[in-house]
Design a protein around this ligand. Structure first.
Ligand code: ME8
Length: 513
């Protein structure tokens, strides 16, 4: 096992309903980043899970008439089952009700107390249960019907007045600004960093970090009438996964600081202001990066669990197939920006990129190998300049993909791979191996097929993080067992015997209505 470790996380979802396609998008994209590193010989630890405490989950449990623990567990299981169905290669599915998480939250709280950063005061202000967030007067708007909402997120807020523990967030303003300045890639994309810099520059107020009006949370050490504000406990999950509070353990030293937290844009402030401030206070190293992905819209329309216009990710998978859905989400949307999905857009990608550019080339070349070379990879003759150019191009893809994946830009890696597939299709048409076969130029036909199969081998190894199922099947058809990125350097061997070719990416046919 490699010594190079890579710790990557998703946000942990509120199990107050069924997962929607926005959740699936986050898991699939993070899974592709995790798989890429694993194939590149990193010792990857990939964590996802559910955020089970807080008022939002408690209210949902009450509405369902089920005890909180049972309600959260039931819905959390639905998330975990979806992860499995989406082929998410997580190493741990954390639940904030897990015992070790309880211990980690208490330890973090105690460290912040020891630093002198926690004090008792009275909170009065607005609270949005849906956002699990506090708002000042200026951050809210009163609608014509008299209801007050958060101006930014449009969720209803309620007046809250409680004796709470506060965290001295204001004390960390300068250190946070220095962090964004000296480590510009702590928050990516840059647009998100700029928003946060302006927000912090405008001045930070201390943050209320406990609640007394409900009890579904981690009790504050020494003050059991308080439960921790759900975001304190939620953010701590990333430390729990690394074995905190055992900071001397080999595990913690290996995994922490996390390499990247992947989150959606609505929770940027929690991860890039509160979280680093908590860690600074507790004297714990900061994660290396927070990457913020955009929101996914249904034909441009916002969807959310609370609004109820959500699409089941598993329905999409049933309709189009898992690999196609994974590919679509990662290829179509520039990672970090908002994106939209629609039936036509998905079918477009399936038919153009998967069936035509990739599947068809696999099918055509393998059929000729079966027919003219007794189902064995041809031994190539001398390479022409065109052959070499294409092989060099394919061999350069690994470095290009590393650069793009390290910057969390998988869509650019896929774009580069598909440009190479496009060139390979052009090469295949121009070389016309079927004409070479007719003319009896078997050696040249074999060389053209060899070059094509070699490009398809490299491409298939590289698309495994995005389409683990289909890429694996194509590598089977190519007779390849070496599938790590280190194997890219070993060309396909002439003489390798191949199984019967089969269609891996059929065209999408509209069901008859
Ligand atoms: O925020 N498109 O949980 P959550 C893309 N428990 N991503 C979306 C999305 C959409 N339409 N809707 C939501 C929470 N997300 C907290 C996190 S982490 C310590 C605690 C993303 O269930 C959202 O941005 O509301 C977040 O990253 C994740 O789904 C879970 O959202």
């Amino acid at each position: 096992m490699s010594e190079r470790s890579f710790y990557i996380t998703t946000a942990i979802a509120y199990p107050n309903g069924a997962p929607h396609i926005g959740h699936a998008y986050e898991y699939i994209s993070t899974d592709a980043l995790a798989r890429f590193k694993r194939l590149d010989d990193f010792d990857v630890y990939f964590m996802t899970g559910t955020d089970e405490h807080g008022q939002k989950v408690q209210q949902a449990a009450k509405a369902a008439g089920v005890p909180e623990q049972e309600y959260a567990r039931g819905n959390s299981d639905v998330f975990e089952r979806m992860d499995k169905a989406l082929d998410i290669s997580y190493d741990r599915f954390i639940r904030t009700t897990d015992e070790d998480h309880h211990a980690a939250s208490i330890a973090l709280w105690e460290r912040m107390t020891e630093a002198g950063d926690i004090y008792l005061d009275t909170y009065s202000g607005w609270y949005s249960v849906r956002d699990e967030a506090f708002y000042t007067d200026e951050e809210t708007t009163v609608l014509a019907d008299g209801t007050r909402i958060s101006t930014e997120t449009k969720t209803p807020v309620e007046w809250t007045e409680e004796s709470n523990f506060f965290f001295r967030l204001s004390k960390y303003q300068d250190r946070l600004l220095e962090l964004y300045e000296t480590q510009p890639d702590f928050i990516l994309p840059a647009t998100r960093r700029n928003e946060i810099v302006s927000y912090v520059k405008a001045g930070l107020k201390d943050l209320s970090i406990s609640r007394t009006t409900f009890d579904w949370g981690v009790p504050v050490p020494g003050h059991p009438e308080h439960v921790m504000y759900v975001w304190v406990d939620a953010l701590t999950n990333y430390l729990t996964g690394a074995g905190f509070p055992d900071t001397d353990s080999e595990r913690f030293r290996k995994l922490w600081p996390a390499d990247v937290h992947i989150i959606g844009k609505d929770i940027t402030r929690f991860h890039t202001v509160y979280w680093p401030a908590f860690l600074m206070s507790a004297g714990i190293e900061l994660p290396k990066r927070v990457f913020v992905h955009g929101f996914l819209f249904n034909k441009g329309e916002k969807m959310s669990k609370s609004v109820g216009n959500t699409v089941s990710p598993l329905d999409l998978v049933e309709q189009y197939g898992l690999d196609a859905v994974r590919f679509f989400l990662l290829r179509e949307i520039s990672y970090g920006q908002d994106g939209s999905y629609s039936h036509d857009a998905i079918v477009g990608r399936i038919n153009a990129d998967l069936a035509n550019e990739y599947g068809n080339l696999v099918q055509r070349s393998l059929k000729m190998v079966a027919r003219d070379f007794a189902s064995a990879v041809p031994v190539p003759g001398e390479f022409t300049a065109d052959d070499r150019e294409l092989l060099d191009r394919a061999n350069g893809l690994l470095e290009r993909c590393r650069t793009e994946f390290d910057a969390q830009q998988p869509h650019l890696a896929l774009e580069a791979i598909w440009l190479t597939l496009g060139e390979t299709n052009k090469y295949f048409s121009a070389q016309a191996p079927w004409a070479l076969a007719k003319a009896g130029e078997t050696e040249r036909e074999g060389t053209v097929l060899y070059v094509t199969l070699e490009v398809l081998r490299i491409v298939s190894i590289l698309v495994q993080p995005v389409m683990p199922g289909a890429a694996g099947r194509i590598l089977d058809l190519l007779g390849q067992s070496g599938r790590g990125f280190a194997d890219i350097a070993t060309p396909i061997a002439g003489g390798t015997s191949l199984p019967e070719p089969e269609v891996v990416f059929p065209k999408f046919v509209e069901p008859k209505s």
